[in-house]
Write a protein that binds this ligand. Structure first.
Ligand code: SF4
Ligand code: SF4
Length: 336
């Protein structure tokens, strides 16, 4: 019987994570896209602004990590330059989250030591992936992922679980193993962007999540992958912590909005904004007011946005507490 180390990845007070959307444009139109141009803008940041904002968020006293996002970040002609800027400023790690199209010959303009490449793939076959992400996307994503692995890049895959692909998740570990993927992020479909307004329910139920995800995660771990997935429900003895208070995460959009909580990104409640290249703390009813509310259900934003996912006993006590959406569970095969 294989053994696994299965643990909650607590928030690290000495770490700062910058989720930097350098543009919102994308060549795809995925069914669950969380980009909301009304709230996040349609701008493409210029090279100078990217450099300035990277400087603004870099902390020499913290382990500062940047994840470049879009839209599709490789559509930005200055992505390779931005990656070099992040390194010269001293960023601890650089990741690029791509839909797999890898525009602007990014595999030729950066090297494996420059960035981790994270590919979004929502199915083990074109038949599952393409109805979600678009015709022909599976073939392009796999082809470029293979090229990246061959060139020695550290490659991760993000699979967003929804009603459209939960049944196919169990086929992913073997596929990813055969492709040479090192890290597997199993993500739960959000309650933001297009999926919040979809006519058909794409969200998975708590029961589906709890019964489907752990066995697949263990299977991937047994094949040598590092598997990470959102905690979603806290164990009875686990302490609830809101990342807005216990961690330093900045979700930066090209219109200058800066959020601390991804669940708030559909609303104009961002705690910060960038104005004239300065970070300004917004006043009024902003997301940070929610972070301090202490409720029996755990995460306040989940309770507000998805109350149907919380069940109660006959005394009105929640059966599960909902964890912060940024709290992760990690599973790796134990040595020995
Ligand atoms: S690749 Fe990402 S940004 Fe582009 S449409 Fe899909 S989810 Fe949205
Ligand atoms: S998801 Fe909930 S717990 Fe996490 S930062 Fe947002 S409000 Fe806080």
């Amino acid at each position: 019987m294989p053994h696994f180390e299965n643990r909650t990845v607590g928030f690290k007070p000495r770490e700062r994570n910058i989720f930097f959307h350098i543009l919102t444009a994308c060549n795809l139109s995925c069914r669950h896209c969380y980009i909301n141009p009304e709230q996040h803008g349609t701008q493409t940041l210029d090279r100078e602004t990217i450099d300035t904002w990277l400087q603004l968020f870099y902390s020499p006293t913290k382990e500062t990590n940047v994840i470049f996002l879009g839209g599709e970040p490789t559509l930005h002609k200055d992505l390779a330059h931005a990656i070099q800027t992040a390194h010269s400023l001293g960023y601890h790690s650089v990741t690029v989250d791509s839909n797999g199209f890898l525009f602007h010959d990014i595999l030729e303009t950066i090297g494996p030591e420059d960035a981790v490449l994270s590919f979004s793939l929502d199915g083990p076959t074109a038949g599952i992936n393409d109805p979600i992400r678009g015709e022909g996307v599976y073939a392009t994503c796999i082809e470029n992922l293979e090229k990246a692995v061959k060139k020695g890049f550290d490659v991760s895959v993000i699979y967003t679980v929804s009603q459209m692909n939960i049944a196919a998740l169990s086929a992913m570990p073997e596929l990813l193993h055969s492709l040479g993927v090192k890290r597997f992020f199993i993500q739960v479909i959000g309650i933001r962007g297009k999926s919040a307004t979809s006519e058909t329910t794409l969200q998975v139920s708590p029961e589906q999540w709890l019964t489907s995800i752990p066995p697949v995660a263990e299977k991937a771990a047994s094949l040598g992958m590092h598997v990470i997935y959102p905690k979603v429900f806290l164990d009875p003895d686990e302490k609830f912590e809101c990342a807005g208070l216990a961690a330093e995460n900045y979700f930066i959009f090209p219109n200058g909005r800066v959020y601390q909580c991804p669940l708030c990104e559909d609303f104009p409640v961002n705690a910060y904004r960038i104005e004239n290249n300065q970070l300004i703390n917004n006043e009024g009813l902003c997301e940070d007011r929610f972070f301090t509310l202490n409720i029996a259900e755990g995460c306040v934003m989940n309770k507000l946005l998805q109350p149907g996912n919380i069940s109660y006993d006959e005394t009105g006590k929640p059966l599960h507490r909902i964890s912060c959406c940024l709290l992760k569970q990690e599973i790796i095969a134990a040595k020995g």
